[in-house]
Ligand binder design. Structure first.
Ligand SMILES: C[S@@+](CC[C@H](N)C(=O)[O-])C[C@H]1O[C@@H](n2cnc3c(N)ncnc32)[C@H](O)[C@@H]1O
Length: 232
């Protein structure tokens, strides 16, 4: 367990606002990512190992699991990593409350078969419904949630793909250069880092060697002050 106090500063980034996440967050990115991952998988043999660096309550993990399974690919393992055990615990439960209307949007617009995910419960008619999104046993069996700070050490296993989405705006206690180097170390040869941090690169799909080059470039946006670039 991490002592909670050493991590309090991370959530102070935006006035102690809790980091926010959603199933199929950022539709444009998810579409591009689906294309990329499906192409990557078609040239890949054996189990696809994917890590979500900074998964919060797990919605990103389930989004990728649904996209892979919906495309007929079920030979995968997805590990979500976060600093906070209470967020990971929500991920392990694998059921999410939904705001009215949204469940229909995402299950329908991403053509997710009901055999993989479905809505349980009844609409209240206003505001938050008594409804939950649930996942099939084949999805639940392929996801894991692990507490780990990758700014201090690499992940305990290696991955073909690692995603880093909406994480680096937060301060990294071990430093951003080290965090990135640990992600590089955690990638298999031929692996990719998928990210949405334009401060790292405009290319969201970075090959393993490109990740090292950026980590060694020595200049990083600190995270909470737009002007605060630091040499780490
Ligand atoms: C805003 S959430 C993003 C969740 C999800 N990736 C998304 O895009 O919706 C950022 C999460 O990253 C986690 N995080 C930040 N730095 C981390 C680190 N060094 N190791 C593990 N988790 C980290 C935070 O605890 C937080 O839950």
């Amino acid at each position: 367990m991490f002592p909670a106090t050493s991590y309090e500063c991370i959530d102070e980034t935006f006035g102690r606002q809790q980091p926010f996440t959603l199933l199929m967050r950022m539709p444009q990115e998810i579409m591009g990512l689906e294309d990329f991952v499906v192409k990557f998988v078609s040239g890949h043999s054996g189990t696809l190992n994917l890590a979500v660096a900074g998964c919060s309550t797990g919605e990103e993990v389930y989004s990728y699991a649904l996209l892979l399974a919906k495309n007929g690919f079920i030979n995968f393992r997805i590990d979500g990593y976060d600093l906070y055990e209470d967020r990971l615990e929500k991920g392990r439960k694998g059921s999410y409350g939904v705001y009215w209307g949204r469940e229909a949007d995402f299950l329908v617009s991403y053509k997710i078969p009901e055999s993989l995910a479905w809505v349980e419960g009844i609409p209240s008619g206003h505001g938050w419904d008594q409804k939950t999104i649930c996942f099939s046993p084949e999805i639940l069996a392929r996801v894991n949630f692990i507490q780990h700070d990758f700014s201090f050490s690499p992940f305990p296993r290696k991955y073909d793909l690692i995603t880093l989405e909406n994480v680096f705006y937060q301060r990294q206690l071990g430093g951003k250069a080290r965090a990135l180097k640990h992600l590089w170390e955690s990638l298999n040869e031929g692996g990719y880092l998928i990210h949405n941090d334009q401060d790292l690169s405009n290319n969201p799909f970075l090959r393993k060697e490109e990740v090292l080059a950026i980590a060694e470039s020595g200049r990083f946006y600190l995270g909470y002050d737009p002007k605060s670039y630091v040499d780490e």
